[in-house]
Design a protein around this ligand. Sequence first.
Ligand SMILES: Cc1cc2nc3c(=O)[nH]c(=O)nc-3n(C[C@H](O)[C@H](O)[C@H](O)COP(=O)(O)OP(=O)(O)OC[C@H]3O[C@@H](n4cnc5c(N)ncnc54)[C@H](O)[C@@H]3O)c2cc1C
Length: 457
Amino acid sequence: MSGTRPTRIVILGAGFAGTTLVRKLAGKLPEGCELVLVSDESYTTFNPLLPEAVGASIFPEHAIVPVREMIYPGADRQFIMGSVADLDLPNREVICRSLAGEIALHFDHLVLAVGNRARLDLLPGMDEHALPLKTVGDAMHIRNTVLRCLARIELESDPKVRKELGHFIVLGGGFSGTEVAGELVDCLRAIQRYYPKVQPEELRVTVLQNIERLLPELSPELGQAALISLRERGVNVRLGEGASLVTSLGVQLSNGENIPGRTVIGTIGTAANPLLARLGLACQGGRVVVNADLSLPGHSGLWAVGDCAAVPNALDNTICPATAQFAVKQAAHLAQNLAATLHGQPTRPFSYRSRGMMASIGHLKGVADINGIQLTGWVAWLVWRGYYLALMPSFGRRLRIFFEWAWGMLFPPDITHLRFKRSHELRTDEARRQREHEAFVHLEGLDPKHMRVHPVD
Ligand SMILES: Cc1cc2nc3c(=O)[nH]c(=O)nc-3n(C[C@H](O)[C@H](O)[C@H](O)COP(=O)(O)OP(=O)(O)OC[C@H]3O[C@@H](n4cnc5c(N)ncnc54)[C@H](O)[C@@H]3O)c2cc1C
C-alpha cells in the first residue's frame, strides 16, 4: 500500500502482452494491490488470424476477443476503454481519454504494452494507395475491397480496366504477405462461382518480395515449400523485385517496370506507436529500451513488454523479435518480476528459446518449424490453428470458434459485403444523391422524364 491507497499497477494496451500479464498476475500479488488495464479498443486482436479474415476463411469477429472476457473474472482488476494521451511522470499519472472524458490515473507501477503500428510511409504513394493489414478494420476493408472489385468487373466492359480490377498485388513476402496471398488466391477461386461474368483467368494475385526467398524468418526449406505451394495455386511470386512507387493504378518496380493493379496490400514494415515519441523515452528502432528484467532504465516502477519494447534476450544477447510468441512469454516473465518486486525480492533477466515459427499459407495449408521439426501442408496448418485456439480465453469460446472454423473448412467463403450504414446515413445519402441528380439535370438542360438514371454508389 502507498499511504492509504492500494498499490496500483496500470497496464497500457490489451494485446497479447497486456492481457497475458493481467492473467498471469492472478494470485501472485500481495494483498491490497489492484490492476488497471487501459486500452483503446474493447477487444484483443489476434493479428496472426487477420489474413484468414481477409480471405474469408474466418469471420472477422473470430480474430478478436473482448478484453473483458480475456481478463475477468477477478475482483482485483479493472478494465478502462480509453486512449492513452500522455504520462505525467513526476506525479506518476497516466492521462487517458475515456468514455467519461479525460481522466488522470495514478500508478505505482506502469507497464507499456501498446504494440506497434503499420508503416504507411515506406514507399512514395503507399500511404494514399496501399491497404495496410494491422487491425481487424484493415482486414474487413481489404475483404470488402476485393468483393467490390469482383462486383465492378461484372459491370465493366473495358478489358484494360477489368484486368486492373482483377489484379491483387501484395507488397512483402514475410509472414503477413505470404499468408494474405495464400488466403486471397484460395478465396478468389472459391467465390468466383458467384460472379458468373468474371472469368477465372481475370483474377490474379502477385507477391512482390525484394529478397530472393519467402518467409525469411523460417528455414530456407520452409520458405521454398511456401513458394511452391503458392505458385501451384497460381500466385505470381516475384522474388528479388521490390516496389518503388505505389499509385491508384498499380505499382512501379525499382527497375521502372509498371505492374497494373487497382488493389495493393502493403505488409512491409512496422512503425513505432506514436505514444512512445510523445513520452520522450529512450527508443531503439522505434521500440522502448528496457533492461534485462523488462524495467525501464532510469524510471523506477516503469516496465515495457511486447512489440513496443526492445527486449534483450539473455539466452543469446539479441533483441527479441516482435512476435506474439515473444510478447506472451515476456508478459508471463514480467508477471513474476512484478510480483517479486512487490514482495521485496530480486528480479530475473528475460531468457527464452523460441519453440519455433509457423505460418498459414492458405486454406488447410501451412509451414511450421516446431523445436527443429519441420512440418508442411495440413499438419502444419492444424498445429498453427491449434496454437491460436489454445490462446483463446475460455473453453466455451474455443469450442465455438472450433465449430465455426470447421464450418468454414467445409463450405465456401462468405461473400457478404458488410457495411454499417445507419438509417440516418441512408437518409442523408438519398438526399445527397437527389441533390446531385437535380444539379446534373439542371446543368445539362435535360428533361428528367426522358432520362435513364444509373444509380451509382
Ligand atoms: C497481419 C499480422 C500477422 C501476424 N502474424 C504473426 C504470426 O503468425 N506469429 C506471430 O508470432 N506474430 C504475428 N504477428 C505479430 C503479433 O501480432 C504481435 O507480435 C503481437 O500482437 C504483439 O503483441 P503486443 O501485445 O505487444 O501488441 P498488440 O497485440 O499490437 O497490442 C497492443 C494493444 O495496445 C493498444 N494500444 C495501442 N496504443 C494505445 C494507446 N495510445 N492507448 C491505449 N491503448 C493503446 C492496442 O489497441 C492494442 O490492443 C502478426 C502481426 C500482424 C499485423
